[in-house]
Write a protein that binds this ligand. Structure first.
Ligand code: KG4
Ligand code: ZN
Length: 340
């Protein structure tokens, strides 16, 4: 029997300080997430300097807890995986410096991981049978991509947003209707009380690539609707606005994803990123996949938002492919997908 591979994974690219121990890429031994959301709420968004300082404070206790919960010592670990981009540079640096120090002290290999490749790999934890190739819709606070996952370490971007990311649109519209930060989960909840057909918000068509997205026009349409209603003295039904906005986003995401799967001939669709935890998006895509006979894969909501288990899953496959980083590994805030 082959030896089990244990990866200690670290994630600190935005406002979650996270560590996990993963066995053979798909089995979670432990996963600890310290969310800084409460800290940033006051400012209506993530404040990079505050995020970095909190990461420094939390990173050691979070890693210690992850090792303890997995009943592992650093000496039991085969490699240390860490997110080194994309993300906030100061936040990324905390995780990268920590991973390098641990790798050096314990004499373990260091494996740098791309944050979005981590989000995609979250699907492997939930779905033990999922293997590339497949299409993945990546929808987070910073990214909206349609990705053809050719292999565990090979990706082709077939569509991307031209302006705002889907999560960013959720956050901005939530702020405009007074829901606060982070907006995604709040719009998700409030939408359940509203009518998604109440307001016909636009679905942006983008010239050039049928798989690209644009959400800034939709965001402006919501803001215009709110301003005009106020000027005319019409009372705003926030639940209807939330539901109609959410439906406009979901409709476009679903259509593009389904068309991409059909054109690729791959017949497998996965979703990833914070917005992939949206209940209506999951339902809508599930229904569309059923209709089209497409296999639909999705991570548990806790693996959709930022966590280290997904970094451990991606790190495991990078490790198997022989990816090793030196102690000169640096944070790369605009790291391209598939880059090593
Ligand atoms: O993947 P993530 O945790 O961080 C990034 O890598 O960006 O995604 C965070 C984003 C935020 O914009 C948040 O509002 C959104 O995901 N989000 C949601 C939901 N939960 C989180 N958007 C819609 N519905 C949700 N339930
Ligand atoms: Zn993320």
């Amino acid at each position: 029997m082959e030896k089990d591979i244990y990866i200690l994974a670290i994630e600190s690219s935005c406002d979650e300080t996270a560590a996990a121990v993963m066995k053979n890429g798909r089995e979670e031994c432990s996963s600890v997430i310290y969310s800084q959301i409460e800290l940033h709420k006051l400012y209506g968004g993530v404040v990079p300097e505050i995020a970095s300082r909190k990461h420094i404070e939390k990173i050691n206790p979070v890693i210690k807890e992850a090792l303890k919960n997995a009943d592992k010592k650093l000496s039991d670990i085969d490699a240390i995986a860490v997110t080194y981009g994309p993300g906030l540079v100061g936040a990324l640096l905390v995780g990268v410096a920590e991973a390098k120090a641990l790798a050096y002290a314990a004499g373990k290999p260091l494996v740098g991981v791309h944050h979005i490749e981590g989000h995609i790999a979250a699907n492997y934890i939930e779905n033990k049978d999922l293997e590339p190739p497949f299409i993945c819709l990546v929808v987070s606070g910073g990214h909206t991509h349609l990705v053809k996952v050719l292999d565990y370490d090979s990706f082709e971007i077939i569509g991307r947003t031209r302006d705002d990311a889907a999560g960013e649109a959720f956050d901005k519209v939530a702020r405009a209707i007074g829901l606060g930060y982070p907006g995604g989960p709040k719009i998700d909840r409030l939408s359940k009380e509203g009518n998604k057909f109440a307001i016909d918000f636009p679905r942006a068509k983008v010239d050039g690539n049928e798989f690209d997205f644009s959400f800034s026009g939709l965001k402006s349409a919501v803001l215009n609707y709110l301003n005009q209603s106020e000027m005319k003295g019409i009372e705003i039904n926030r639940a209807d606005v939330a539901a109609s906005f959410q439906y406009a986003v979901i409709d476009v995401l679903t259509q593009h994803a389904i068309t991409a799967v059909k054109e690729s001939g791959l017949n497998k669709l996965a979703i990833a990123g914070g917005v992939a935890s949206n209940t209506s998006l999951r339902e809508n895509i599930e229904e569309a996949c059923k209709k089209e006979g497409i296999e639909f894969y999705h991570p548990l909501p806790i693996y959709c938002t930022d966590n280290a288990a997904m970094i451990g899953a991606a790190g495991y496959y990078n490790y198997l492919k022989g990816v090793r980083h030196g102690l000169d590994l640096n944070a790369v805030p605009n790291l391209k997908i598939g880059e090593r």
